[in-house]
Design a protein around this ligand. Structure first.
Ligand code: NI
Length: 185
């Protein structure tokens, strides 16, 4: 297994519309193993393939809560319940909406409230290439909708005000330029 480099805003690959997976084969499974390792290492609760520079319709999610001991302390090591979504399709969303303070591994250390449908139903292929349907709510629903957005080149900052979005993009463009200067010079 290997850690994959995570691309940040304003890398244009994040705006690409990802392509459907044609075959769930060993090569794809190996890539997804690496995605999971990268997501846990980051650490994040969701990662789309395009965030490691592969515009494929795949994302990984792990919204498992940390195990709580009898004394009420959260364990250091969270339970792992990875779910892999291949060629996902959100087929239904609730009218009821909810707001969550979102972040993104491609926009480090920036968080903002995003309002989305509170629940959604997603159809997808699992790692065995089997069709699955999942009804989601709470953090799982937020995560699925956020990652699904990535497959269409949409970022969570597209759901906030233009003023805030422009500020974030300016900040990350400056950082990218500064890094480039250091790298070249
Ligand atoms: Ni994200």
């Amino acid at each position: 297994m290997a850690l994959l480099p995570i691309v940040h805003v304003p890398d244009p690959v994040l705006r690409r519309v990802s392509k459907p997976v044609e075959r769930v084969d060993d090569e794809l499974k190996k890539f997804i193993e690496n995605m999971l390792e990268t997501m846990y290492e980051a650490p994040g609760i969701g990662l789309a393939a395009v965030q490691v520079g592969e515009p494929l319709r795949v994302f990984t999610v792990d919204c498992a809560e940390r195990e709580v001991s009898e004394r009420g302390e959260e364990s250091e090591v969270p339970k792992r319940e990875p779910i892999v979504f291949i060629n996902p399709k959100i087929v239904a969303t609730s009218d009821e909406r909810s707001t969550y303070d979102e972040g993104c591994l491609s926009i480090p250390d920036y968080y903002a409230d995003v309002e989305r449908p509170a629940r959604c139903t997603v159809e997808y292929l699992d790692l065995d290439g089997k069709e699955q349907v999942m009804e989601t709510e709470g953090i799982m629903s937020v995560c699925v909708q956020h990652e699904y957005d990535h497959l269409n080149g949409t970022l969570f900052i597209d759901h906030i005000s233009k003023l805030k979005r422009d500020m974030v993009i300016r900040k990350f463009t400056k950082i990218a330029k500064a890094n480039k200067t250091v790298f070249i010079g």
